[in-house]
Design a protein around this ligand. Structure first.
Ligand code: GDP
Ligand code: IMO
Ligand code: MG
Length: 422
């Protein structure tokens, strides 16, 4: 396959950054297509660890063309901060149709959450929801207008009074048009050289038969359509989101890799059927360093949930699974896997659309024996302890998707390919 998407198959943080970085060793182009700097993608190689929020995970390879496509929402300050830390030569292309996150979007994100009180989503406060709201209300600012001083100024003159009204009504400080304009003009000047029609470029590169990786952010359960609405993000992190959000034809995407942890985590509020607490959750959190890459919040921990993975498979048509953090389960005596849910006494195999019904679902578990061995040095499937092989095999069987690769540590080299994916 020459054009594939890496998607999160749970609630985000599955290791998409790591898997993208690994496969990117053979890619010519890496594309982020939705979300913004709510994402936090960790890439570890040559003894260094990097956290990427907006930049595609191909950014460290000078030969790779990195694209931030039209479906993204881009915080110019976040971009300038992040790109300034990249010390090696890079190629980056930003869509002129991508929407721009401005400081009042971030403030409104915070206000919305405060207003919701105990119903809050637990957003990253990066302005994602308010920026996508503006996009779909047709009151947003696109990169093409942002880098044009007249258009940017007139956008602020038209829109900022409304935003200020929201903020002042909620008792928050308002923003000064000139101040925002001046500050953000400096970012626009630094960004402008990267802004272009990325759909034109991608289509040209596809014609040239280049190998392209599309890097999803978040995960299926945070999808605004297929996730645990309203406890979701404001974009669609699915495979189907790629064509619309990059400007290529749907049939040009050849496959998808669903990244899943060997267990489950969630950061932020909302239903999580297989969640566990106590010593084991604590142990897994510490061993897997399960603290948010973007917000540093402790991640909630749960058993692997194959109802969720089959949901991901249906929606994104997973060609392969990439199973990460398998090493973290070493030493857990008995492993549990959710096979189904029980809802009002009836066995179901789907994710209910409303969270109240979903909260009533009781997971049905199957148990498997764990393993004690340290597997962080394993370089092939055969080297795994029998119990770990069984765990992966059972996971693959329950989801009915082949395991294409698995990962036994954060470093690029701690990745084992089983199938030829890309
Ligand atoms: P992403 O948002 O999907 O890219 O995932 P994050 O980077 O937010 O979170 C995944 C975390 O797990 C990061 O800290 C990675 O360095 C780490 N990680 C990825 N794969 C493995 C693995 O196989 N084993 C261990 N121990 N850590 C891993
Ligand atoms: P990556 O790409 C995990 C969660 C937030 C919150 C909800 C909405 O690293 O997997 P938002 O700021 O998007 O409006 O927050 O979505 N969330 C993530 N959780 N990984 C992410 O990205 C996330 N991006 C957003 O915690 O619950
Ligand atoms: Mg993350």
């Amino acid at each position: 396959m020459k054009r594939i998407v890496i998607v999160g198959s749970q609630w985000g943080d599955e290791g998409k950054g790591k898997i993208t970085d690994y496969l990117a060793q053979r890619a010519e182009v890496v594309v982020r297509y939705q979300g913004g700097n709510n994402a936090g993608h960790t890439v570890v190689f040559d003894g260094n660890k990097y956290s990427l929020h907006l930049l595609p995970s191909g950014i460290f390879n000078p030969k790779i063309k990195n694209v931030m496509a039209n479906g993204m929402v881009i915080d110019p300050k976040g971009f300038v901060d992040e790109i300034s830390k990249i010390e090696t030569p890079y190629q980056i292309y930003i869509s002129n149709r991508a929407h721009v996150v401005l400081p009042f979007h971030k403030k409104i994100d915070e206000v919305n959450e405060l207003m919701k009180a105990d119903q809050k989503i637990g957003t990253t406060h990066k302005g994602i929801g308010p920026t996508y709201t503006d996009k779909f209300a047709r009151t947003g600012l696109r990169m093409a207008a942002f880098i044009n001083p007249q258009l940017f100024k007139s956008y602020l003159e038209n829109e900022l009074p409304y935003k200020n009204k929201i903020l002042s009504d909620a008792g928050f400080d308002t923003f000064d048009i000139d101040e925002v304009f001046e500050t953000y003009q400096t970012y626009a000047k630094q960004i402008e050289k990267h802004v272009c029609d990325t759909s034109l470029l991608l289509n040209q590169w596809i014609e040239e038969d280049k190998k392209i990786l599309f890097e999803g952010a978040q995960g299926i359960m945070l999808c605004v359509d297929h996730g645990t609405y309203p406890f979701v993000t404001s974009s669609s992190p699915t495979a189907a989101s790629v064509p619309l959000n990059t400007g290529i034809a749907p049939w040009l995407l050849e496959g998808s890799v669903g990244v899943t942890k060997a267990y489950t985590t969630r950061v932020g509020e909302g239903v999580f059927p297989s969640e566990i607490s106590g010593d084991l959750a604590h142990e897994i959190r510490e061993r897997g360093h399960e603290y948010g890459t973007t917000t540093k919040r402790p991640r909630r921990i749960g058993w692997l949930d194959t109802v969720v993975l089959r949901h991901a498979k249906r929606v994104s048509g997973l060609s392969f699974l990439a199973v990460t953090l398998l090493d973290v389960l070493s030493g857990v005596k008995t492993l549990k896997i959710v096979t189904h849910y029980k809802l009002d006494g009836i066995i179901i195999d789907y994710v209910p659309a409303d969270v109240h019904t979903y909260e009533k679902c009781i997971p049905v578990y199957e148990t498997l024996p764990g393993w004690d061995e340290d597997i962080t040095g394993v370089t092939s499937f055969d080297q795994l302890p029998e119990q770990a092989k069984n765990y992966l095999n059972r996971l693959s069987e329950l989801v009915n998707v082949k395991i294409g690769m698995f990962s036994v540590g954060p470093d690029r080299v701690q990745t084992v390919e089983i199938e030829e994916i890309f």
